[in-house]
Design a protein. Structure first.
Length: 183
């Protein structure tokens, strides 16, 4: 999410999603724009969910082996701050948010464009992140158009964007040191 608006690389971002899992301390979720379809077999749908290793949700997905993905809808920009700028390591961040839990305990956010639940089949180490291959267990339709980062940036305000840029700069520095890249 660091390329300038209009960069061809931004065309590869998925809609903004809330990716959640659960652990001993309860459910948690984060904002993610790296969720992609990974199957052409309709009766065996899969997703590829890429999570940065520094995020608390990454640890929960790794441990629990389950995940819920909510495709955020336009109008849900208010979820970006609690899910994108706060860490579940600092305490529960979902308490004031409208969610329901899957039977496994993973959070799904009300009002999204749709949702998916699933189980991790495999995990691929990217150095700074892990690409989780997820077998889709259930899906649900929502309402509204999927929220894209470009549209969200026009709504969230300068204060949020400044805090997001600061957090992203820290994350990018750590990711650059850990990521797999050409020698």
């Amino acid at each position: 999410m660091t390329q300038p608006a209009g960069s061809v690389l931004s065309l590869f971002w998925s809609p903004l999603c809330a990716v959640g899992s659960h652990g001993r301390a309860g459910p948690n979720a984060q904002v993610c724009l790296s969720v992609f379809g990974a199957s052409i077999v309709p009766e065996r749908p899969r997703l590829l969910v890429v999570l940065w290793k520094g995020n608390y949700t990454h640890a929960l997905v790794t441990e629990a082996g389950t995940v819920a993905v909510t495709v955020l809808a336009e109008g849900q920009e208010g979820l970006l701050e609690p899910l994108g700028l706060r860490s579940g390591r600092d305490g529960p961040k979902l308490d004031d948010l409208e969610t329901w839990l899957t039977p496994e305990g993973d959070p799904v956010f009300a009002g999204g464009a749709g949702w998916v639940t699933g189980r991790v089949i495999d995990a691929f180490d990217l150095g700074d992140a892990t690409a989780f291959l997820v077998a889709v267990a259930a899906t649900g339709e929502g309402s509204g158009a999927p929220l894209r980062w470009g549209a969200a940036q026009r709504v969230v305000g300068e204060g949020f964007l400044a805090r997001w840029a600061e957090k992203s700069a820290r994350d990018r520095a750590a990711a650059a040191r850990a990521m797999r890249w050409l020698e």
